[in-house]
Design a protein around this ligand. Structure first.
Ligand SMILES: [Zn+2]
Length: 321
């Protein structure tokens, strides 16, 4: 794979506030709701949202509906940390939100307060929606690699995701409990999670910005012919970032590991890569771990702690490739 070696340029000034911007048309239509900075060490999404909103006045011909963008974890973003007390993207459920609302301030940690404040904005946005609600959650990763998108494996979620040209991974969201994307999908939103690349690369901002420009058209807030050159350039940016990877892939298997496995990934794999049956993927104390089938390798574990060694799956056919 080819990685761009651009300089880090993701300093976040001014400091983020909960509301990054709300632009509402006088004409009813779909809502595009966006969260960035749900993890505080991922400033690229916040920067991209700001750049996008600087160039979007709301008086564009044909603009309908509403754009509402929020910073997910303001406190952690100010501190430049993934989170302060616990991961804000692991505890989203209706039951928990009801419990949090009833809990006293002394029973809540800092992410609980963030979650309450963010969920109020989300609830208000959904209450004033005058059409379908589309939801984008913008993230970046600690390791370098291809940008990609994640959706739940349901047909109605695919149509929107296929408009972006990024690799789409199905089945990854189902591996983690309590993520905001799934919470909002169950509340009726069309949801797309974007991992735009490595945390501090300027190309990650470019990918998020391209996704935002595509999203306003794909969600139906702007007619496609209103910004043809910007739309083409944005789709081109994401298509080029995808390279030769398939458009649609599904995670089918997880290689879970325990600390005493002595698991070591073979060097050189990208975050998404085609593999052949029998190919050596990793080693542990029992010996070699080889691919059981030809297909795709996802998220090999090279750094940090975790109990996911890697995932494997298959490319799926689409009729638009
Ligand atoms: Zn994240």
């Amino acid at each position: 794979m080819i990685l761009r070696t651009d300089e880090p340029s993701t300093a976040m000034t001014p400091a983020p506030t909960r509301r990054l911007g709300v632009v509402r048309s006088g004409q009813p239509g779909p809502t595009l709701m966006i969260t960035a900075g749900l993890h505080g060490n991922e400033p690229a999404g916040v920067i991209a949202v700001r750049r996008f909103l600087e160039t979007f006045s709301g008086s564009e011909p044909g603009f309908i509906g509403e754009i509402a963008a929020f910073c997910g974890n303001v406190g952690a973003s100010l501190a430049g940390k993934r989170y302060l007390d616990h991961d804000l993207n692991r505890r989203w459920s209706r039951e928990r939100m009801m419990g949090l609302a009833l809990a006293g301030p002394s029973d809540r940690d800092r992410e609980d307060d963030e979650q309450l404040a963010l969920s109020r904005e989300i609830d208000d946005t959904m209450a004033r929606a005058r059409g379908p609600v589309y939801f984008l959650d913008l993230h970046t990763t600690s390791a370098a690699g291809y940008p990609f998108s994640m959706i739940a494996d349901h047909p109605e979620q695919r149509v929107f995701a296929l408009r972006f040209g990024l690799p789409i991974i199905l089945g990854l969201l189902g591996q983690i409990d309590g993520v905001l994307l799934e919470y909002l999908r169950l509340r009726g939103c069309i949801c797309l999670g974007i991992e735009a690349g490595q945390h501090d690369r300027s190309s990650s901002i470019d990918h998020h910005l391209a996704a935002l420009r595509i999203a306003v058209v794909a969600a139906g807030l702007l007619p496609g012919d209103s910004i043809p050159s910007i739309l083409d350039a944005s789709q081109d940016t994401l298509r080029r970032a995808r390279g030769e990877l398939p458009l649609l892939m599904r995670v089918e298997d997880r290689h879970g590991i325990r600390p005493d496995d002595e698991f070591r990934m073979e060097p050189g794999f990208a975050n998404i890569e085609r593999i052949e049956k029998g190919q050596l993927l990793a080693r542990d104390r029992k010996g070699e771990i080889r691919a059981r089938e030809s297909g795709i390798l996802f998220m090999p574990l090279y750094q940090g702690l975790g109990d996911d060694g890697f995932f494997t799956g298959q490319a799926l056919a689409t009729d638009i490739e």
